[in-house]
Design a protein around this ligand. Structure first.
Ligand code: SF4
Ligand code: SF4
Length: 199
């Protein structure tokens, strides 16, 4: 039977307190080794003293509707589930890094111990048994919502329909499935990890 679910995440930046609990939970849940992250928090500082502000932007794979990484993998190691989660077949991956080079979100890395590429898969192993991703479960600000955007009654669908939401780099045409409320468009480039923006 066809799976009509389409999983997505929403992060309400008005509630994010920059505690990095999501990053730690992701690493622990997925046993990612030291030095690599599938989920991280960018810190954004703006202005000049004494008129300064600080905000936070959690980043990860967007599990895009049209993933460029999938198109560019020469051995079809990257694939997409019916529910939209973008996966990597570790037995097929040859570590060529084409997907890393093509992802506009800097979301992928080579696991230095296992030698194949990994990234956020919305904790698919948890989703498959009815749980939410570890970052959603542990977020102390309750800033993250995970669910099925094909279900109009889901909390994520209702939150998207009642709030102004943005995605990162929409111009890339990847149709990201991580939505943000309160996104600072000036700071949404994930490659610039620390940046102080002058007024
Ligand atoms: S964010 Fe990058 S790695 Fe994730 S699905 Fe999109 S293109 Fe692929
Ligand atoms: S590193 Fe692996 S998943 Fe990425 S493009 Fe190469 S074979 Fe595909």
């Amino acid at each position: 039977m066809k799976n009509n679910k389409r999983y997505a995440m929403l992060i309400d930046l008005r509630k994010c307190v920059g505690c990095h609990t999501c990053s730690v939970a992701c690493k622990a849940e997925n046993s990612f080794p030291v030095g690599v992250f599938a989920s991280w928090v960018k810190i954004i500082e703006k202005g000049k003293f004494p008129h300064v502000s600080r905000s936070f932007l959690p980043l990860s794979c967007n599990n895009c509707e049209k993933p460029i990484c999938l198109t560019n993998c020469p051995v079809k190691a990257t694939w997409k589930r019916e529910d939209g989660i973008v996966m990597i077949d570790q037995h097929r991956c040859i570590g060529c890094k084409y997907c890393i080079a093509s992802c506009p979100y800097d979301a992928r890395f080579v696991n230095p111990l296992k030698k194949y590429v990994q990234k956020c898969t919305f904790c698919h192993h948890r989703v498959d048994v009815g749980l939410v991703p570890a970052c959603v479960e542990t977020c102390i600000g309750r800033a993250r919502i995970f669910g099925d955007i094909n279900d109009p009654n889901s909390l994520i669908s209702q939150t998207i329909s009642t709030n102004p939401v943005n995605v990162i780099k929409p111009e890339m045409g990847t149709e990201p499935r991580v939505f943000y409320v309160g996104l600072d468009l000036d700071a949404a480039d994930p490659i610039k990890v620390w940046k102080v923006l002058e007024d």
